[in-house]
Design a protein around this ligand. Structure first.
Ligand code: PEP
Ligand code: MN
Length: 362
């Protein structure tokens, strides 16, 4: 970790100081967009019944991918958030994408701000927000950028830190992908895990709504997040989901959400049983040995690759022979299937190995 990140990690204020909670998961919930005072208040009343829900979210200005869709109710919705807070006691949260949004939220006493995925990708926009926040004592959550790039995510957090913000958090909402998949956004869990490694004290929140894109996957994704040790969730909830003006398919009613939160299981993070501790240590030792062997084998594979590379060069044979690569991949996938290994995993692994082998021969 760089000195700068170490300092940032040390200075981050514990989540309990700005989002007090007594249960795991602790949850920020509410509609994708604020649409009317009735919709906002009815949703908040339903959500406030869950002991897990500590803050109410609602988009006021909506960054829509295509024009001519609902772009948010605008400033009028901020008064509805104040009413939610007065009536239910829930903290309020909304998305800001520019200086004016920040100013309006600070004037209206919004409790928590977040930076959306389409804004995190733009250092100019993030800097403008950070400058507008200078001197303000408000928590800011940073959603991952829509593209799978950890640097932009960390960079946005650093810009806020440099502007004096110490109540910081990150939201994992998945990464956009061209590949047809089960979810709207690819979770790529390794990226939030890497963020956690870089900034272990930064609260990490999972947004299963925007990862899944459909309500049926919200529960399994929330459970996966918990199983990975992520304790905070931000979930979209609407009093009449099918009629929501944005993200209708992924919203759930407050009643369904409250019930779902009760079904989630939290794994105990402290291992006290000595026998289990011993068993885990033994299994970890086995795994480390296999890992060491994999590294050895990869090094050996690269030695042969370099030798074949020299031979190809001497005889002017092209580095890449697409038939050989296709056969090799098919062969490995067939072998992997027999052992019960996931074929997508083996494909991705050998694509990486092959790319490195080609690089070594150039
Ligand atoms: C949202 O939270 O409603 C939103 C627009 O999310 P994202 O920035 O993750 O797409
Ligand atoms: Mn949404």
């Amino acid at each position: 970790m760089t000195e700068q990140l170490k300092k940032l990690n040390k200075d981050i204020l514990p989540i309990a100081q700005w989002l007090p909670h007594d249960r795991v998961p602790w949850v920020i919930a509410g509609p994708c967009s604020a649409e009317s005072a009735e919709q906002v208040l009815a949703t908040a009343r339903g959500l406030a019944k869950s002991p897990h829900v500590k803050a109410f979210r609602a988009g006021i200005w909506k960054p829509r991918t295509r024009p001519n869709s609902f772009e948010g109710i605008g400033e009028a919705g901020l008064d509805w958030l104040s009413r939610v807070k007065a009536e239910t006691g829930l903290l309020t949260a909304t998305e800001v994408a520019n200086k004016t949004h920040v100013e309006r939220c600070l004037e209206h006493g919004v409790d928590i701000l977040w930076i959306g995925a389409r804004t995190t990708v733009s250092p100019f926009a993030v800097q403008e927000i950070a400058d507008a926040l200078r001197g303000a004592d408000i928590p800011v959550l940073v959603k991952n950028p829509i593209n799978a790039e950890l640097g932009l995510w960390v960079g946005a957090i650093e810009r806020l830190y440099d502007a004096g913000i110490r109540k910081l958090g990150a939201i994992h909402r998945g990464f956009s992908t061209y590949v047809e998949m089960q979810f709207r956004n690819d979770p790529k869990w390794q990226i939030p895990i890497e963020l956690k490694r870089l900034l272990p004290d930064l609260p990490l929140i999972c947004d299963p709504s925007h990862i899944s894109g459909s309500r049926q996957f919200i529960e399994p994704l929330s459970q996966m997040a918990l199983d990975l040790g992520i304790q905070g969730l931000i979930i979209e909830s609407h009093i009449d989901p099918d009629r929501a003006l944005s993200d209708a398919k992924q919203q759930v009613t407050p009643e369904d959400l409250c019930r779902m939160l009760e079904r989630l299981r939290v794994r105990d993070t402290t291992i006290t049983d000595r026998d289990i501790k011993r068993q885990i240590a033994r299994l970890r030792a086995e795994i480390s040995q296999v890992d060491a062997k994999i590294i050895q084998d990869l090094a050996e594979r690269m030695k042969w690759v370099e030798e074949i590379g020299r031979l190809k060069q001497e005889h002017s044979i092209p580095v890449l022979q697409i038939n050989r690569w296709e056969n090799l991949l098919e062969d490995h996938i067939a072998k992997a299937q027999k052992t019960g290994l996931d074929t997508d995993f083996i494909k991705a692994l050998f694509e990486l190995i092959h790319a490195q082998a080609v690089k070594r021969q150039l």
